[in-house]
Design a protein around this ligand. Sequence first.
Ligand SMILES: Nc1ncnc2c1ncn2[C@@H]1O[C@H](COP(=O)(O)OP(=O)(O)OP(=O)(O)O)[C@@H](O)[C@H]1O
Length: 353
Amino acid sequence: MIDVLSIRNLSVELQGKTILSKIALNLAAGDILGLVGPSGCGKTTLLNTVAGFVEVNKGELIINNSTVITPENTLPPEQRNVGMIFQDYALFPHLTAEQNILFGIEHLPKIERVERLEELLELLALKGLEKRFPHQISGGQQQRVAIARALAPQPQLLLLDEPFSNIDARLRNELMVELRTLLKKLKISAVFVTHNKDEVFSFADKIAVMHEGEILQVGTPVEVCKQPKSWQVADFLQLGSWLAIKRLDFDAIETALGKIAVSNDLQKKLNDQAQHTFLLLKPQNIKVVDALEPNVKIDHISINEQGYYYVCSSLAQTDDSLSFTQLRFYSDQLFLLNQKVALQIKPHEPVIF
Ligand SMILES: Nc1ncnc2c1ncn2[C@@H]1O[C@H](COP(=O)(O)OP(=O)(O)OP(=O)(O)O)[C@@H](O)[C@H]1O
């Protein structure tokens, strides 16, 4: 498959400080990539580098399989055939919705401009709003105008910086589904930045997790959640709680919630890597067992679509190396605050860091 974006060994320095280093990334035509990571890790800088607002210091950026950008060979943003949607939409306040949409295609013959405008107004359900100014339409409608403006020059690659962050939760879900369907229909590839991991699961085909200017892991959201390559990835995606482990002689490890069998492969890995001592325990691998002696105390209760969500602490002595202060799990059963409960780990191949 053809890559619409290929980044090789890219580094960026701003004011003498390395902001991005050794970035490598490929985006296949038609794919949508979600860029996530803690605040300040370099997501917006990476997007701005692809767009052409930030210079490359080292490495190579290939856009649309042909345009090669290196420190010696740069190209201004308007010649990259890349569309960008900013967090605040950056619509021109003195231009109507229609004028905003037409802004980037004024060089085209009139007949073509009118055709594209009509098509985009239809596609983004903006008919009837074309003569309004940005302050006369809602946030969701402004976002659709920003999308139409970015799509008007028919870019092969669309870059979106936190496109849904200013929109209330219900409308956000609708817009995400709408925009994803639209991009797929028009076969436009996209890279979007978000703080919100749930958005990645609804909107992206692939996810890239960044940390301190580097990309730690790229894959489908399912792959990355199932097999995070580092604790930073698991931690940022909040895939579960961390549980201290003690290695036992044979094919098992011990935790504050009991023993778990581990495969020979994992036992070998544990023997080889002395620093690995924490188990990533996902909520779906925890079960409540009424018949057992309680081993945790409920410290916090909330409710969400998956049931009751509990944060609990270990009943083991605090000086016990396996004791823990925070473990999260879901249950259909309602427990009370401070109630003592028995938890067990379901048999599964554990992920250990
Ligand atoms: N023009 C600049 N000059 C110097 N440093 C900069 C510049 N722009 C960004 N930085 C620094 O680069 C780092 C990465 O910033 P960036 O905005 O790319 O992170 P981010 O992951 O998008 O953060 P957030 O999620 O908070 O928006 C930060 O430490 C920031 O202070």
